[in-house]
Design a protein around this ligand. Structure first.
Ligand code: S6P
Ligand code: ZN
Length: 196
């Protein structure tokens, strides 16, 4: 099939992406993420006065004629209770094809990774670094800095997104704000996917 795209060049900043015609712009507010943050009391308190924008992303539409999908994500700086703002995170549905690359443009944080064999990893995110997410690994980005965390993602268009597994089981690691900065703690509510 002939690609819907002609050759293009794109400056990697939010305004370029947000001005692209037909771009898919998704905004995730705290109220869109029930059950994602571990301190549900803090969630309820925040929602009584505010419904902060946690993150947003811009995805270049792809009708299936191009093998590659491209997006830019911006995660705001902030915490819900002691847990830093983060994306929902997902597995790719077609796990045998579901690789992904992150390229960080701005900010500091972590990417949480896990697969269905129970393996897990946490990588520090910082600008001008590229991150490789292998097939079968769920991924969630977390902003631990004082400014926006921005990154570009590239992944195979056909692989789809499985959010349900994360809604049911979470990630084994949480990133929380401690007295000496961010720390990685174990998620007491995590369910291994093999047992779901
Ligand atoms: C898509 C890729 C990103 C995320 C974006 C938001 O495969 O990983 O474009 O969609 O960072 O995260 P989430 O978990 O809400 O899709
Ligand atoms: Zn992905």
């Amino acid at each position: 099939m002939k690609s819907m795209f002609t050759p293009f060049q794109l400056k990697l900043d939010v305004s370029t992406f947000s001005e692209l015609q037909l771009i898919q712009h998704v905004k995730r507010y705290l109220g869109d993420m029930p059950g994602y943050f571990h301190d549900q009391q803090a969630v309820a308190t925040l929602l009584t006065k505010d419904n902060p924008l946690i993150y947003e992303y811009w995805e270049i539409p792809n009708d299936g004629s191009s093998l590659i999908s491209i997006s830019m994500t911006r995660i705001a700086a902030g915490v819900v209770g002691d847990e830093y703002f983060m994306t929902k995170g997902h597995f790719h549905t077609l796990e045998e094809d579901g690789e992904e690359i992150y390229f960080v443009l701005q900010g500091l944080g972590y990417v949480l990774l896990q697969n269905r064999d129970g393996e897990r990893q946490t990588l520090n995110l910082s600008p001008e670094n590229l991150y490789y997410v292998p097939k079968g690994w769920a991924h969630r980005a977390v902003n631990c800095g004082e400014e926006d965390l921005k990154f570009v993602s590239l992944w195979p268009n056909s692989v789809g997104h499985d959010y349900k597994s994360i809604e049911l089981g979470g990630f084994p690691q949480l990133i929380v704000k401690g007295t000496h900065g961010p720390s990685v703690i174990q998620n007491g509510h995590y369910h291994s996917y093999q047992t779901l």
